[in-house]
Every structure is written in structure tokens, then in C-alpha cells.
Design a protein around this ligand. Structure first.
Ligand SMILES: Nc1nc2c(c(=O)[nH]1)N[C@H]1C(S)=C(S)[C@@H](COP(=O)(O)OP(=O)(O)OC[C@H]3O[C@@H](n4cnc5c(=O)[nH]c(N)nc54)[C@H](O)[C@@H]3O)O[C@H]1N2
Ligand SMILES: Nc1nc2c(c(=O)[nH]1)N[C@H]1C(S)=C(S)[C@@H](COP(=O)(O)OP(=O)(O)OC[C@H]3O[C@@H](n4cnc5c(=O)[nH]c(N)nc54)[C@H](O)[C@@H]3O)O[C@H]1N2
Ligand code: SF4
Ligand SMILES: [Mo]
Length: 906
């Protein structure tokens, strides 16, 4: 067995292991079974309430991501491998020295929603409880912090009051700034099934782009970016003016309505300027008011804005005013992104909260917390929020930083500044599972962490449901659990007694007990309470069933959904909810040559691709990043489908491939976040995002950067298929795609095709193990400037595919996605010919559309061309979408330009 093969653990030898998907906040249960010592099978868990057995394309292909390529083997200090004890001693002494010399606020942790709750708990306890600083923040700052701020302001506590059952029992579901079809696919699938059962269920999408969500949309509001605050303020005014507010009833359980109404009214005249027609506005207001049960799902289109918190409150205001909250099928529903962003919020790992939903300003509870942790050094004030933190590092105020389970060089805005900060910081410690990513390059100390399948603990999903992640693999090399790493470090810093944990369960029960502490002088009661688990045994922890909080001590543990606001009791001191008076601020006018740059997610990739990028099935869908642009803008810029364009602003610049699509509004472009220097010589899109943050939450406005676009004279396009990754860029533009058995590079150059072809062939000949027995198959058409060569290990018929070089003038000449199966060709001779065939159209058409059932894009197009204009006809004719269902929304997107039904909603 190769040393990089995975090794299953003894548990999996005996039985199947139930765990939770490591990707999104839907929190689907999966069941893992053994295939052989180095392979597992992964299926959806039929008993898990989040997914009832279904998995989306990412979950379905998890087994493909389980390999130990690019894993860290040992701790490393300044480039040298070290033992754990040396590394921990080193970091502990450096941290203590920094605290002694520079003060406790000169040290900071930057953690992540991809940690388990137990890891998160000890990290927060060490920083806030024992180092005594508030300087721990999480990448949830980039993701959920505006929703957190909105919840706290409205409800008195960070509470998501809704469950998936609400979504499925609603009469109207509004998806505001949420691409649920791609980002929370199993929930979208459940919504689709519900709409099939109950066609009267109305779905409204509010998004400047046409997304795959239009498949289910009865109304699509193609809103101007940042128009949401005005829209929801408009709804609140409409509710008042049309007599939909029961002032008497609302005033019993809330305060601040009058001020919120007055403020909302001031936005009324701006309603004409958010890109929506009067009819669309009326339709939206009527859907909301004429149905009793409405759920508003909101996500990054709302949160990642300069008024993200206010936008969240504008949504909540409407639900409070119309009594659409605290009842089945109703409520504002902030969708969490990461698998455990919610767990991080529960332990208190955001810099402006203390722990376990205890706030810095609650002195009585802070005193109880100090007693509970047995510390005299509890932090007394909020620490630095992510963007401020990196600014403080750059200014030399923070001198030691520990990054865990996040890749800030890619994911923070303005990454040139982030890089400068990391370069300047005297000590950067990074705990990660992978051996290389853009952030690890700046680490002085690297600590190898266990990854999904190895680690053990709990996660909380979008609906407050706590599930177990259970291990089924032996930890690779010297990888350790994050909680273990943090606790061992804490012991060495002098806190042995308080960090003496033997297992994840020890930590979980402490976290559970902490959630139950109280004080008669506390400013308010806490909803977050899982103290029913404070005496959990190891066996009970192992047997854990997914459960929603709250679960208070002395009460029977309840497996059913926990409705939090059913009694209309909120968690401000007076038990009332608050309306927040919000008003849209003016934004700078767009200059003539400027575009709004919107950034977000693709269906088949996860963040910086450190896991999803390993699956050849997943990389197949979007091999390269693309900049989506409206046809009129493309025309004005004289650019064509698939050409390369320069995107720039004062912060940075990059080359990217163009996708011309009417899904975009004019003067707005969209680019995905999944590429970085690790797989793209242009780096990540966040280099173009200015570090402008929401003034309340500190969350960056990732969706609304400003850029200029310039066409670039590219003379040649190439695809290079090789076994090993390329160390350096060979041309102006170069993106790496992992394919089964090797790598495919998408290259564009200012050189002439012949010159690029010669260069790439030279590269292959000097770097891949080309033997005397290697056969080359060539096809050159100098007139068309189209050159192809494949390398076969030996002989034409029995040889294995080894490498391929294809160079043409236009991207469209090249075989595109089909090359991803290069190393899997069954019929060798015909495959070789296919690749060098000049009939690129035929080869292009083989691009897979439905990844599960391997149905070609050509088949879908043919079905559409033959006049099949309903989704279900196309599905039944081609079979597409009958596997995980992730591509159904994409068929809807293809149909979008053809069918009247879809034209109506867009
Ligand atoms: N496939 C996949 N799924 C994921 C992830 C992933 O990386 N890949 N990441 C997970 C994480 S951490 C998160 S946070 C979630 C994010 O999930 P989502 O928030 O659903 O995803 P995004 O693509 O970030 O943005 C959502 C939408 O907001 C729209 N938008 C932009 N500006 C505005 C605006 O001003 N108003 C409105 N109304 N809409 C606007 C964008 O066009 C986009 O379609 O996804 C999670 N799920
Ligand atoms: N432009 C733009 N930027 C964005 C966004 C956007 O929409 N637009 N979205 C933002 C949002 S919502 C988010 S959530 C962030 C996500 O951004 P990041 O958190 O930076 O992205 P990931 O790729 O998930 O990074 C996770 C890292 O943790 C490692 N890791 C995984 N599991 C473990 C573990 O158990 N232990 C340890 N120690 N390491 C582990 C992985 O190998 C990887 O290197 O990006 C943000 N940035
Ligand atoms: S919906 Fe989210 S949690 Fe469920 S399988 Fe897909 S990525 Fe995993
Ligand atoms: Mo996120």
C-alpha cells in the first residue's frame, strides 16, 4: 500500500460509521462503510433529519477526496521538521515571551467554522480565559457576523429561530441573497420536493444574478446590488400602510416599531431605484402579506454588504411586524455556510463575545464564567475583528498569530495587505491538514492537524442541530486533533490543570455544563443551553443522535424540533424583541468604465479547494474560474465567449476567462472564490475586494467591489495534461485542474501558437519521464494554427496515456472538459485519436453535464433544441438530474434563455 493511502480505523472494520458531511451548513448525515483497507463507501444517512439519506454532488464524491496527497506529516519550525514536543515547547515559550514583553493583546488566534465545537471551545477558553485577551476571531466574521449582529440586536441573543421544518411548511419562501441551489443543495432539493407535493408553495428569489434557484422561482427580483435594505424597508412601510400590522399585539412582545417605521418610510422614494418594476414590487409585497406563513432565507448577498447587519434587521423587522415568527412555517432564516460556523458562535469564538453566549458587558455572568473556568485572568473587553486584526498585525501591534483551519491569504479582502501583515508578523503559527496553501507559505511554525474522517467531535448546522463527526480513518502520519494541539500548548503555557482533557467528550461536557450556569444578577437569561448533556458518558457521546438546542438540564432530552420563540419570549432583559430603525446609506455612483464585482460560489467547489479540489468529478464542472458578464457589456468591450480579460482596480489585477451570459445584470460581473495562487497563477479574486466592512459586525462587503475591465491580446490557448503538477507558470495565464491520475493545465499566452506549442512540448520532454519507448502521436494544422501531441508510454495500441499538449488560437478549438478523463481511456487507440482529432466540436460535446449518471451536455442541448421546454421533459428524455439532483437547477439555467416561463420570472 502506498504511504499516502488512507488507512481505515478499527471501528470501521467492525461496523459502518455515521458522521456528518464536512462541507456546508446543511449538516447532512453520512454513513461510511469499508470497501477495503484503503477505500470507503459514503452514502447519505437515511436517519439524519437534515438530509434523510440524500447527498449533493459534493457529499456524494467525498470518498474521492480521501487521499493523503499534500498532507502535513510532522510539525515544522522554520522549514525544519520537528517532534510535537519540540514544536509545542517552542510555540508556548514564544507566546509567553510575547505576552511578557508586549502584553497579552500582542497575541491573537484566527480560527474557523471548520473546526469542531470541542476545538473551538478550547481555543476560545485559552485566549479569553487564560491569555486574557479578546483577540480570537473566526472566519465566520467573513460569513455570518452580520447575521449574528442582527440576531443580537433584534432578539437579545444570537439565535436562529427557525428549522428546516419551517422551510418545508411555509407558504412562501424568500431566498434573499442566497444561492441555495448551489450552496445548500440538499435543502434546495427538499424545497423542490415540497413544491412538487404542494405546487402552491411560492418561492421568491432576490438576487442580482439569475442563479440555478430560478428553477423553483415564482418571482425573481433581479435587484440592484445593495437594494435589499430599501426593499425590506419598503415592505415594512407597505405592511403599515395596508393595515397588516396589529400594533396592539406587536407592542406586547416588541419595542421600537414606531422608530423603525419612521426610518423605513424615509427609504420609500428610493424604491424606484433598485432595479425593480412597480409590478414586481407589488407582487413581492402581496406574496408576503397575503400568506400566513413566510420564511425569509438570507445569506451572503445580505451579510457581505457594507450594511449587512442593517439588512438582516430590515428582514427581521418585517417578520416581527407581521407576526411571521415563532410559528411553524415562519421566520427569518439565516443560512449558515460552514459546517460548524454555528458551533463557533455557541462557544463564543467571535472577538466581540465572551463565551457560551455570555457577553462582555454582562459583569455578573462574566464573574460566573471566571469561576467556572477557574481563572483570574478573564478577558474584559472585545478583541480585534478579523479585518482589524490583520491591520493591527500590519501596524506591528500584534506580534504572534495562530491561524487554525482557514486560509486567510485567499479568503480575506485585499490579500496583498494580508500578505504584508503576515510577512511582518514575528511569529505566524498555522495549524492545517494540507501541506501547501497560500497561507502556509507565511508560516514560521506549521502544525499538522487531523482532517475530516480522522477527527472526532460535534458540529452544529444551520438549524441549531448538533451532530457528531466520528472518525473512520487512522490519523495520517503525526496529525493530531486540533483540541489536543491547543490543550497541549495551553499546558505548556502554564495552564495544565484547566486544559487536562483526555478526549473530545471531556471538552463537550464542560461546554454543556457552562451553557447551564446562571446568576441572579445576570442581565438576561440565555437561550443557548445544552446543559442536559453535562454528565454525558463516553458511550452516550459515541451514540449521540442529532439534536437541536436548547436542551436544558433536568428536562427530558428531546429529539423533536425545538421552537424557541413560540411563546413570543425574547432574550433582551425585558423579554421583548427589538425593531431596529435602519435606513439605506447612499453608495458612490459607478464611474462610466467601472463594474460592480460580485464574488461567491460555484456548485461543485468548496472555498479554496483544499478538499473539493482533490475530486476529479468535482473539478470537471468548472475547470477554470470565469468572469460572468452581460452580453451588452461584452459587446461594448469587444470580447468574445471564452476570451481572457484583465480585471483590475487600485488593489490588484488578474487575468480571467470570460463567460458571457444574460444571467448577469449589465455593468455587474461575477467571479467565483475557489481559485488562489495554489492553482492559478493569477491568484484569488479577493485581491480586488477592498477591506470595507459593515460598521456594526465588521463583516467585509465581498459582494460589491469595483473593477475595470480591459481586453487582452491573447494569441494562443493551450491544454497541457501531465502526471505531476507544474512548479512554475509557463505562460501569462495558467490554471491547474486536478483530474483523475494527473493534472490538466488551462493556459493562455501572448505568444504565437507554434511558439507556445514548442515550449510546452519541451517542458513535457524534460519534466515528465519520457523514455525512448515513448510514442508520440502528432497532429498539426499550421494553417489553422492548431497543434496537438499525445505521449504514450509505449506503442500505439498497448501504451498508456502519459501526457498531452494541445495548442490552438481559441479556447473553443480545444477539447475542453473531456480531457479530464485522459488517464481513464478504455479504448486506447480511439481515445488517442479523439484527442488529436481536429473535430473539436465532436469532442467538446462529450463534456459531462450530469456527473452522477455521466450524461453529456450535448444530449441536454439536443433535447432543448428538439423543443422540449419543460424541465421534467428534458429530465425524462435524457435521464439527467436523477442522481444527486445537483444539475437540475443547471438545466433550468440552460432553459432560462429559451423558455417564456423562465423569462417571466427573470
Ligand atoms: N458549493 C459550495 N457551497 C457552499 C460553499 C462553497 O464554497 N461551495 N461555502 C459555504 C459557505 S461558507 C457559505 S457562507 C455559503 C454561502 O452561500 P450563499 O450566500 O448562498 O452563496 P454566495 O455565492 O456567496 O452568494 C449568494 C448570492 O448573493 C448574491 N448577491 C450578491 N450581491 C447581492 C445583493 O446586493 N443583494 C442580494 N439579494 N443578493 C446579492 C450573489 O449573486 C449570489 O448568488 O455557502 C456554503 N456552501
Ligand atoms: N471574495 C470573497 N471572499 C470570501 C467570501 C466571498 O463570498 N467572496 N466568502 C467568505 C466566507 S463566507 C468564508 S466562510 C471564507 C472561507 O474561507 P477559508 O476559511 O479561508 O477557506 P477554506 O478553503 O475553507 O480554508 C480552510 C482551511 O482549513 C484547513 N482545514 C480543514 N479542516 C481542518 C481541520 O479540521 N483542522 C485544521 N487545523 N485545518 C483544517 C483546510 O485545509 C484549509 O486550508 O471565505 C470568505 N471569503
Ligand atoms: S448539502 Fe452540504 S452538507 Fe449536505 S451533502 Fe451537500 S455539501 Fe454536504
Ligand atoms: Mo462562509
Amino acid at each position: 500500500m502506498s504511504e499516502l493511502a488512507i488507512e481505515i480505523n478499527p471501528q470501521l472494520n467492525k461496523e459502518k460509521v455515521k458522521t456528518t458531511c464536512p462541507y456546508c451548513g446543511v449538516g447532512c448525515g453520512v454513513v461510511v462503510s469499508k470497501k477495503d483497507q484503503a477505500h470507503v463507501d459514503i452514502q447519505g444517512d437515511k436517519q439524519h433529519p437534515a438530509n434523510l439519506g440524500s447527498l449533493c454532488i459534493k457529499g456524494k464524491n467525498l470518498a474521492e477526496t480521501l487521499d493523503n496527497n499534500n498532507r502535513l506529516k510532522t510539525p515544522v519550525i522554520n522549514g525544519e521538521p520537528q517532534s510535537w514536543s519540540r514544536a509545542l515547547d517552542y510555540v508556548a515559550s514564544k507566546f509567553n515571551q510575547t505576552i511578557e514583553q508586549e502584553g497579552k493583546d500582542a497575541i491573537a488566534f484566527y480560527v474557523s467554522g471548520q473546526l469542531l465545537t470541542e476545538d473551538y471551545y478550547v481555543a476560545n477558553k485559552l485566549m479569553k480565559g487564560f491569555i486574557g485577551s479578546g483577540n480570537i476571531d473566526t472566519n465566520s466574521r467573513l460569513c455570518m457576523s452580520s447575521a449574528v449582529a442582527a440576531h443580537k440586536r433584534a432578539f437579545g441573543e444570537d439565535i436562529v429561530p427557525t428549522s428546516y421544518a419551517d422551510l418545508l411548511n411555509a407558504e412562501v419562501v424568500i431566498l434573499a441573497g442566497s444561492n441555495l441551489a448551489w450552496c445548500h443543495p440538499i435543502l434546495f432539493r427538499r424545497l423542490r420536493e415540497e413544491k412538487q407535493r404542494r405546487p402552491e408553495l411560492k418561492i421568491i428569489v432576490i438576487d442580482p444574478r439569475v442563479t440555478a434557484c430560478v428553477e423553483l422561482a415564482d418571482l425573481h427580483l433581479k435587484i440592484k446590488p445593495q437594494g435589499d435594505l430599501i426593499l425590506f424597508n419598503g415592505l415594512l412601510t407597505y405592511l403599515t400602510e395596508q393595515g397588516y400590522i396589529d400594533f396592539e399585539q406587536v407592542s406586547h412582545t416588541t419595542s421600537g416599531l414606531i422608530e423603525a417605521l419612521a426610518s423605513a418610510k424615509l427609504d420609500n422614494e428610493k424604491l424606484a431605484d433598485i432595479g425593480l418594476s412597480q409590478q414586481q414590487l407589488q407582487a413581492f409585497f402581496q406574496y408576503f402579506t397575503q400568506h400566513d406563513k413566510v420564511v425569509t432565507v438570507f445569506s451572503q448577498g445580505i451579510n457581505q454588504a457594507s450594511q449587512g447587519s442593517d439588512q438582516g434587521n430590515a428582514i427581521i423587522n418585517c417578520h416581527l411586524a407581521s407576526n411571521k415568527i415563532g410559528r411553524l412555517g415562519c421566520g427569518p432564516f439565516s443560512m449558515t455556510g460552514q459546517p460548524n460556523a454555528m458551533g463557533g458562535r455557541e462557544v463564543g469564538a467571535l472577538a466581540n463575545t465572551l463565551a457560551s453566549h455570555i457577553e462582555f458587558d454582562d459583569n455578573a455572568m462574566a464573574a460566573e464564567l471566571a469561576k467556572f473556568w477557574q481563572t483570574e485572568n478573564l478577558a474584559t473587553e472585545a478583541g480585534l475583528k478579523a479585518v482589524e486584526l490583520f491591520e493591527a498585525i500590519e501596524q506591528g501591534k500584534v506580534k504572534a498569530l495562530w491561524i487554525m483551519a482557514t486560509n486567510p491569504v485567499v479568503s480575506l479582502p485585499d490579500h496583498h495587505k494580508v500578505k504584508q501583515a503576515l510577512k511582518k508578523c514575528p511569529l505566524v503559527v498555522v495549524s492545517d491538514c494540507v501541506a501547501s496553501n497560500d497561507t502556509l507559505e507565511f508560516a514560521d511554525v506549521i502544525l499538522p492537524a487531523q482532517t475530516w474522517g480522522e477527527k472526532s467531535g460535534t458540529v452544529t448546522n444551520s438549524e441549531r442541530r448538533i451532530s457528531r463527526q466520528r472518525p473512520f480513518l487512522q490519523p495520517f502520519a503525526q496529525a493530531k486533533a486540533d483540541w489536543w494541539i491547543i490543550s497541549e500548548l495551553a499546558k505548556r503555557m502554564g495552564f495544565a490543570k484547566q486544559f487536562n482533557y483526555q478526549s473530545a467528550k471531556d471538552i463537550f461536557v464542560e461546554h454543556a455544563a457552562l451553557s447551564g450556569i446562571s446568576s441572579s444578577k445576570a442581565t438576561r437569561a440565555r437561550a443557548f443551553n445544552i446543559s442536559a448533556y453535562q454528565n454525558l458518558t463516553e458511550q452516550q457521546y459515541q451514540q449521540w443522535l442529532p439534536m437541536q438546542w436548547p436542551q436544558a438540564n433536568a428536562k427530558q432530552i428531546r429529539l423533536s424540533d425545538q421552537s424557541i420563540f413560540s411563546q413570543q419570549h425574547y432574550f433582551h432583559q425585558d423579554g421583548k424583541a427589538r425593531f431596529i430603525a435602519v435606513q439605506a446609506e447612499a453608495t458612490d455612483a459607478l464611474l462610466d468604465d467601472e463594474f460592480i464585482l460580485n464574488t461567491g460560489r460555484n456548485r461543485d467547489q468548496w472555498h479554496t479547494q483544499t478538499r473539493s479540489g482533490k475530486s476529479a468529478t468535482l473539478t470537471n464542472r468548472h475547470a477554470e474560474p470565469e468572469l460572468s458578464i452581460h452580453p451588452n457589456d461584452a459587446k461594448a468591450l469587444q470580447i468574445h465567449q471564452g476570451s481572457i480579460i484583465l480585471v483590475e482596480n487600485s488593489l490588484g489585477k488578474l487575468l480571467v476567462r470570460v463567460k458571457i451570459t444574460a444571467q448577469q445584470r449589465a455593468k455587474e460581473v461575477f467571479m467565483p472564490i475557489h481559485w488562489s495562487y495554489s492553482n492559478n497563477n493569477q491568484g484569488s479574486v479577493s485581491q480586488l475586494v477592498v477591506a470595507k466592512v459593515d460598521r456594526i459586525s465588521g463583516q467585509p462587503a465581498f459582494k460589491h467591489a469595483r473593477v475595470k475591465l480591459t481586453p487582452v491580446a491573447i494569441r494562443s490557448e493551450a491544454m497541457l495534461v501531465v502526471n505531476k503538477p507544474l512548479p512554475n507558470a509557463l505562460a501569462n495565464y495558467q490554471v491547474e485542474q486536478k483530474i483523475s491520475g494527473g493534472y490538466c493545465y488551462h493556459i493562455a499566452s501572448k505568444e504565437a501558437p507554434q511558439a507556445l506549442y514548442n515550449k510546452l512540448c519541451d517542458y513535457v520532454q524534460s519534466h515528465e519521464s519520457i523514455q525512448a519507448t515513448t510514442t508520440c502521436l502528432n497532429a498539426s494544422e499550421p494553417r489553422k494554427q492548431y497543434f496537438r501531441r499525445t505521449y504514450l508510454t509505449e506503442g500505439l495500441t498497448e501504451g498508456k496515456m502519459q501526457a498531452a499538449v494541445l495548442v490552438g488560437q481559441k479556447k473553443h478549438d480545444l477539447p475542453h472538459g473531456w480531457l479530464s478523463q485522459f488517464y481513464q481511456q478504455a479504448e486506447q487507440a480511439s481515445a488517442q485519436r479523439n484527442i488529436i482529432s481536429s473535430n473539436s466540436q465532436a469532442v467538446q460535446a462529450k463534456k459531462t453535464f450530469c456527473q452522477c449518471l455521466n450524461i453529456a451536455k450535448e444530449d441536454i442541448h439536443q433535447a432543448i433544441d428538439s423543443g422540449e421546454l419543460t424541465l421534467s421533459d428534458i429530465r425524462s428524455k435524457t435521464g439527467a438530474g436523477n442522481g444527486c439532483g445537483s444539475c437540475i437547477g443547471d438545466i433550468a439555467l440552460l432553459l432560462n434563455n429559451r423558455s417564456e416561463k423562465f423569462k417571466e420570472v427573470s
